[in-house]
Design a protein around this ligand. Structure first.
Ligand SMILES: [Ca+2]
Ligand SMILES: [Ca+2]
Length: 331
């Protein structure tokens, strides 16, 4: 009897150890609108400053939100104003966000074909800084990332173009291009044509590009003149369908938000793909679109659009779950 008890206990403890060494748990750091699960708040990207505070551009208002994960509360520290273009009011609907080394904040604004800047000193909850034009000529501007020389790279979405601009801004130039491609989602209708989405540089300065349409990650070696070489495929997998925001962890592993699959996937430097978290439409991942690390903790922006695995059972809405939010994965 005693032996049997020990055997059962051993099995039980063994199972616990297996669970602990398996997938890390995803939890919610903050619901960005506790009053609603609808898209009253829309966040597509996330970054962090040197003090570990999180920044998200909000698409409905054009506000830049700042959240200290140690005491989560959203404050507005900057703003991207709507513009009048050809007689029509055009909202900024900002996407990619990144700091440069000096602590100035940059945001991709697709509808303006620009990247805008707010100086670090102007990120102020008492008087939110107004964004100014930094780079122009970036049609479809989506993901952004700085190389170690201070050049800014900007993904152009379905065109596959990745633009580059020097540290003083101005007219951006094409740096490299991912070949165009369109994938039909499992619903047989939705077309996914974004081949240049999330961008990130690894520790060696190699640019990585998320190809949402192919479910792939491309590597691009940047030449000394800051132009990109020919893209080479690091990984392609059904697990990467919907690949959006990217972030490297401290070990050099690439984390990928696979938005349409409600999943977080990792890719090793030799191209091994592994799923580390996935859930249905009720969260905690709700169309995860971007990731940033603060130390060993990953913070994830939930964009929560009604597509594929984030759709409710009715096949139309994404009102299950809590809506726009920040999820976290702690080691
Ligand atoms: Ca909510
Ligand atoms: Ca939802």
């Amino acid at each position: 009897m005693q032996l049997m008890l020990i055997a059962v206990l051993t099995l039980f403890l063994g199972a616990c150890a297996t669970v602990q060494s398996g997938s890390p748990a995803v939890s919610i750091l903050m619901d960005l609108d506790p009053a609603s699960a609808d898209r009253t708040v829309i966040v597509e990207s996330i970054t962090a400053d040197k003090e570990g505070r999180l920044y998200l551009p909000e698409r409905v208002t054009g506000n830049i939100l700042r959240i200290d994960p140690k005491a989560p509360k959203s404050v507005t520290v900057g703003r991207i104003e709507a513009r009048e273009i050809k007689g029509k009011k055009v909202d900024a609907s900002p996407s990619g966000i990144a700091f440069n080394q000096a602590g100035d904040l940059f945001v991709a604004v697709g509808p303006f074909s620009e990247v805008v800047r707010i100086r670090g000193a102007d990120l102020n909850p008492a008087k939110p800084g107004l964004a100014q034009t930094f780079a122009t000529g970036t049609a479809g501007a989506n993901g952004i990332a700085f190389d170690r020389h201070g050049n800014l790279f900007i993904s152009g979405g379905a065109s596959g173009i990745v633009y580059r601009v020097g540290s003083s801004g101005g007219a951006a130039q094409p740096g490299t291009q991912i070949e165009k491609h369109t994938r039909t989602l499992p619903d047989g209708e939705t077309q996914q044509a974004i081949v240049a989405n999330g961008l990130e540089f690894d520790a060696k300065g190699v640019l990585h590009v998320a190809d949402t349409a192919r479910g792939a990650i491309w590597k691009v070696v940047i030449e000394t003149d800051s132009r990109g070489g020919k893209p080479s495929l690091l990984a392609q997998s059904p697990l990467l369908e919907g690949a959006d925001g990217l972030a490297f962890d401290r070990s050099g592993k690439l984390w990928v938000a696979a938005n349409e699959r409600n999943a977080i996937v990792t890719v090793t430097p030799d191209g091994q793909v592994r799923e580390i978290a996935k859930n249905g439409g009720s969260g905690p991942l709700e169309f995860p679109a971007a990731i940033v690390f603060v130390g060993n903790t990953a913070y994830i922006a939930n964009f929560d659009t009604a597509r594929r695995d984030n759709m409710d059972a009715n096949g139309k809405t994404a009102l299950d779950g809590i809506g726009a939010s920040i999820a976290q994965i702690s080691p």
